[in-house]
Ligand binder design. Structure first.
Ligand code: AQP
Length: 340
């Protein structure tokens, strides 16, 4: 049972990234190890080049993101942790998979529509092909389970379609590529922006005050959560209702996820609260406590870039060793390169 997931090297990862993905990487790492298999985590620096970015910053932001993953509990002796650009197999597979990916499918991707609208100077072909590179990442490793947030459902579905189409076109009855399963959190699969709770918390399009970063100071975290937009229902009602009470629902889910309780348990524990103040204070405290140990470890790990590079070199070697034979199967099936 192989677990795989990728994350962008934006450096400033937010609460949505943490609750929707990063903390489930650690659970996935344990599950894969228990099944005697690898879990594989990738910091996707090639994906980061598909929108306007600063080349002088990309390496540093990649180190930041790696240090956050290590601080959150990814253990390179148990998992494969690698930088996307260090391993050539998935980029090669991307090109090969374009032969079984429809232009129309890529045109319908929500993320492409949203991100292309944000680009001022150039909508790159890379942004259009982003989902194929993402599919290639998972398929180059024959991943079984992919822990991701709810916003990635369309990408996972496309990956499954590409794998199945590849097998039907080139497999001659064999499943050369494996269609992975998306694994979505049961709570906080889509953390919403604290100021605009009808929109997801986001790196590129969120509000500054509505986005809590993993590395935010405790005071900043408290301020953002205490100022979270709720609603003016009178009397105030602490209940989950995504459509009518998106802000309150988001806070309940954040508190539930950070205290390992169900949303129902959180609601029951606040039955006597008179306003939304208690909910906000408790959510702020729980987020601060969740991030405190991570932030401490991050500060130690981030300082040593040579150690990060050394860990990445090991990760790249392990990743290539897994992906190379899978790529050889793909090339053979497609008639590309010399006969085996
Ligand atoms: N709001 C969210 N709630 C739950 N999960 C989320 N994820 C992202 N936002 C939320 C999950 O985080 C993982 C990494 O996402 P990414 O690599 O796309 O990183 P990012 O670019 O920093 O994430 P954003 O904020 O989603 O960026 P924008 O909005 O700029 O594209 C993924 O598993 C994702 O599901």
């Amino acid at each position: 049972m192989r677990v795989y997931s990728g994350i962008q090297p934006t450096g400033r990862k937010h609460l949505g990234n943490y609750l929707g993905a990063i903390r489930h990487y650690v659970t996935g790492q344990e599950q894969a190890a228990a099944a005697g298999d690898e879990s594989i985590f990738c910091v996707v620096d090639l994906h980061a080049t598909t929108v306007a970015y600063d080349p002088k910053e990309l390496r540093d932001r990649t180190y930041d993101t790696i240090a956050i993953l290590l601080a959150a509990g990814i253990d390179p002796s148990q998992s494969v942790l690698y930088r996307q650009s260090d391993v050539p197999e998935a980029p090669e597979l991307t090109w090969l998979l374009t032969s079984v990916t429809a232009h129309g499918e890529l045109n319908r991707m929500h993320q492409f529509k949203e991100k292309s609208a944000q680009q001022r100077e150039l909508v790159s072909a890379g942004l259009f092909l982003y989902p194929v590179l993402m599919a290639a990442d998972m398929l180059a490793f024959r991943a079984d389970r992919v822990p991701v947030g709810d916003d990635q459902r369309q990408h996972i579905e496309l990956t499954r379609d590409i794998a199945e189409r590849f097998n039907a076109r080139f497999g001659e009855g064999q499943a050369i590529l494996r269609a992975p399963e998306g694994v979505y959190p049961t709570v906080a699969a889509r953390v919403m922006d604290l100021q605009q709770p009808e929109k997801k918390m986001s790196t590129s399009s969120g509000s500054v005050e509505g986005t809590v970063y993993v590395l935010d100071e405790p005071k900043a975290i408290e301020k953002k959560l205490k100022r979270a937009v709720t609603d003016s229902e009178d009397p105030p009602r602490i209940q989950r209702d995504v459509a009518a009470k998106p802000g309150v629902t988001n806070l309940i889910d954040i508190l539930a996820a950070t205290t390992d309780r169900t949303p129902d348990e959180v609601v029951a524990s606040l039955a006597d609260a008179r306003g939304y103040g208690d909910l906000k204070v408790q959510a702020a405290q729980a987020v601060v406590e969740t991030f405190a140990p991570l932030q401490e470890r991050y500060r130690e790990l981030r300082e040593d870039e040579a150690a990060i590079e050394a860990a990445l070199a090991v990760g790249a070697e392990k990743a290539s060793a897994i992906a190379a034979p899978i790529l050889a199967d793909v090339r053979e099936a497609m008639g590309v390169g010399p006969r085996r």
